[in-house]
Design a protein around this ligand. Structure first.
Ligand SMILES: Nc1ncnc2c1ncn2[C@@H]1O[C@H](COP(=O)(O)OP(=O)(O)O)[C@@H](O)[C@H]1O
Ligand SMILES: [Mg+2]
Length: 496
C-alpha cells in the first residue's frame, strides 16, 4: 500500500548526497524503474523514443492517490523515509525524493496513476496530473487507467540545449539504458520486462525463480546449464564475531527491515563462460548493482586460476546486507557505496565461489533422467563386459607398484562418451579423460621414445687439389668425393 508522500525536513536533506540525479536518458529510466520497483511492481513496460528525448514507464505497482500525485514532484518529497533515523534502515531503492522534482524541472512531466488497494472508496479512481517546472500540479483530470502508474517524460533537456550537446550519442545512451535494465532485472527476477524503441519491441525479459534464469536471457552466449547457482545465509555467528551485528540491533528491526543477511551467486562455469573484458563481473547490494571495485577484484582473483588466461568470469553476486552496514551516500546515483568491514564481504565471495565450483549435490542440478539412466546402467551391466556397479578392488598383484616403477597410473577404460571422453576406473574412483588430449600425450611419448641425438660429422671441403694429392689422401684411407663446379674442382673428404 502507498504511504503518504511528505517533504523531508531540512536536517535530513542536508545529510543526503546532493547532486544531479538526472544526467542522461539512462538515468531517467533508472530512476523511474526504481520507483516502480519500490511500488512493488511485477510488470514494467518501458517505451523510449530517443530522438524526441521521450520516456514512458508503466507499472502495476501500488499506484498513487490524488493527494500523493500532487505532492510527488515537490522538492525532497518522498514516502520512503520521514526522519533522520530512517536513513540507517533504507531498504527501498529511492529515498531522496529528488527524481520526480528534477524531471519536472528538466522535461515535460506527466503522471497517470490509480491506487491498487485504495483505503477510501473515493480513491478507487485514476488521475492524470501535469507538472510545471517547479513540480507543482498544474493540470489535474480524472482518467480511466488500470491500477498502477504511468510516468511520461518528454522533451528532456529541451530548455537546456547545452546539456543535450554535451551528452554521449543517442546510440550510446541506448546502450546505457540496456545495461540499466539488464542489471536491475538480475536483481528483481520476478518482474516481467518489456522495453520498446518506438513501435519496436527491443528487450523482453520473462520472470524467473532466481537471477540464474535471467542471465541467459540477457547474455545470449550463456546457457542455463552453464551456470552454477547458490543462495545462502551469511553465517550469523561469524558476522557477530566481526561485529557486523550491532548490539543495539533491535533498534533496526521494524516491519520493512531485513531480518538476516544473505548472498546469491550466479557463476558461469569458468571453462565455458568467460569474456574478454570483466564487463559481467557484477556485485549487487540490496537490489542494486553497485561499483565496489574491491569486491569485483575479489571475484576476478578467486577465479583467476580457473578461467583461461586473460579471460574474465561471468559472475553475478547479490548481497542482502543490513542497511546500517551500507552508506549509499558515496554518489548521487547510488551506483557506488561505502561498505563497513569490506574484508568480511570479500571473504564471503571467496567462500561462495569455492563452494559453487565444488562438486556437491547442493550445486549440482537435479538430474531428471536419473531413474532412466539407472535402468540403462543395470541393463548394460548384465550384458556388457564391464560392470558399472561393481565395487572396485585393487588387484592383489600390486599393479600400483608396477605402475610406479614406470611412473604410470593404472587405469581401466570402461566406456566412451560422445566420441570425446574415456571413462576409466581407478581404485580411487572414476576418471574422465579427454581422449584427444590423451592421444596427443601418446604421440608425444612415442616421439620421446623414438628420437635420439646423432652428431653429424661435417665433411671437409678442399679446393683445387691435384690428382697426386687426391691419390695421396686415398692412400691414407680417406674417401674423396669430387664435385665439379664451373670455376674448378671441389673435393669432399670423409674419413672411414
Ligand atoms: N511508479 C510509482 N508508483 C507509486 N508511487 C510512486 C511511483 N513513482 C513515484 N512514486 C511516489 O513518488 C515519490 C517521489 O518519487 P521520487 O522523486 O523518485 O523520490 P524517491 O523515490 O526518492 O522517494 C515516491 O516516494 C513515491 O511515493
Ligand atoms: Mg525515486
Amino acid at each position: 500500500m502507498q504511504s503518504k508522500i511528505q517533504t523531508l525536513p531540512k536536517e535530513v536533506v542536508n545529510l543526503i548526497a546532493a547532486g544531479e540525479v538526472i544526467d542522461s536518458l539512462a538515468a531517467v529510466v533508472r530512476e523511474l524503474v526504481e520507483n516502480s520497483l519500490d511500488a512493488g511492481a511485477t510488470r514494467i513496460i518501458i517505451s523510449i523514443i530517443s530522438e524526441q528525448w521521450r520516456v514512458q514507464i508503466s507499472d502495476n505497482g501500488t499506484g498513487m492517490n490524488l493527494a500523493n500525485l500532487k505532492q510527488a514532484a515537490n522538492p525532497h518529497s518522498t514516502s520512503k523515509i520521514t526522519n533522520f533515523q530512517d536513513l540507517t534502515k533504507i531498504t527501498s531503492l529511492g529515498f531522496r525524493g529528488e527524481a520526480l522534482h528534477s524531471l519536472a524541472n528538466l522535461s515535460n512531466l506527466e503522471i497517470l496513476s490509480r491506487p491498487k488497494s485504495p483505503l477510501l472508496e473515493n480513491e478507487n479512481e485514476g488521475w492524470r496530473v501535469v507538472y510545471n517546472e517547479q513540480g507543482k500540479a498544474v493540470e489535474v483530470e480524472r482518467v480511466a487507467v488500470a491500477p498502477g502508474t504511468i510516468v511520461k517524460v518528454s522533451n528532456l533537456f529541451g530548455k537546456w540545449p547545452v546539456r543535450r550537446q554535451g551528452m554521449p550519442s543517442l546510440a550510446q545512451q541506448m546502450r546505457g539504458i540496456q545495461l540499466v535494465i539488464q542489471q536491475i532485472a538480475l536483481c528483481y527476477p520476478d518482474v516481467t520486462w518489456q522495453v520498446w524503441q518506438g513501435s519496436k519491441l527491443w528487450i523482453q525479459i520473462s520472470p524467473g525463480a532466481t537471477a540464474k534464469q535471467i542471465l541467459p536471457q540477457i547474455l545470449s552466449t550463456v546457457r542455463l546449464s552453464d551456470l552454477q547457482y547458490i543462495q545462502q545465509e551469511i553465517d550469523e555467528q561469524e558476522a557477530e564475531e566481526l561485529n557486523l551485528k550491532t548490539s543495539n540491533f533491535s533498534q533496526y528491526q521494524d516491519s520493512q527491515f531485513l531480518d538476516r543477511q544473505s548472498l546469491e551467486l550466479v557463476l558461469g562455469l569458468p571453462d565455458r563462460c568467460h569474456r574478454r573484458r570483466p564487463d559481467w563481473v557484477k556485485v549487487a547490494i540490496n537490489g542494486r548493482v553497485v561499483k565496489v571495485p574491491e569486491l569485483e577484484q575479489k571475484i576476478i582473483s578467486s577465479l583467476a586460476r580457473t578461467c583461461p588466461r586473460d579471460r574474465y568470469p561471468i559472475c553475478f553476486i547479490h548481497f542482502q546486507i543490513f542497511p546500517h552496514q551500507i552508506n549509499w551516500n558515496r554518489h548521487p546515483a547510488k551506483t557506488e557505496v561505502y561498505l563497513h568491514n569490506l574484508s568480511f564481504w570479500q571473504q564471503q565471495i571467496e567462500l561462495a565461489i569455492a563452494k559453487a565450483l565444488q562438486f556437491s549435490m547442493e550445486v549440482m542440478p537435479e538430474f531428471p533422467l536419473s531413474e532412466r539412466v539407472e535402468k540403462i546402467l543395470k541393463v548394460s551391466e548384465n550384458t556388457g563386459n564391464y560392470q558399472t556397479r561393481r565395487s572396485i578392488q585393487v588387484s592383489p598383484d600390486n599393479t600400483a607398484e608396477k605402475s610406479q616403477e614406470f611412473g604410470l597410473i593404472e587405469l581401466k577404460a570402461i566406456a566412451q562418451l560422445h566420441n570425446t571422453y574415456i571413462v576409466a576406473e581407478h581404485p580411487t574412483g572414476i576418471w574422465l579423460i579427454e581422449q584427444h588430449i590423451a592421444h596427443e600425450r601418446v604421440l608425444y611419448e612415442q616421439l620421446c621414445d623414438a628420437w635420439e641425438i646423432i652428431s653429424l660429422e661435417p665433411p671437409i671441403i678442399l679446393h683445387n687439389l691435384s690428382s697426386g694429392q687426391i691419390e695421396q689422401l686415398q692412400r691414407l684411407n680417406i674417401e674423396v668425393e669430387i664435385l665439379e663446379i664451373s670455376f674448378g674442382q671441389l673435393v669432399l673428404l670423409r674419413q672411414f
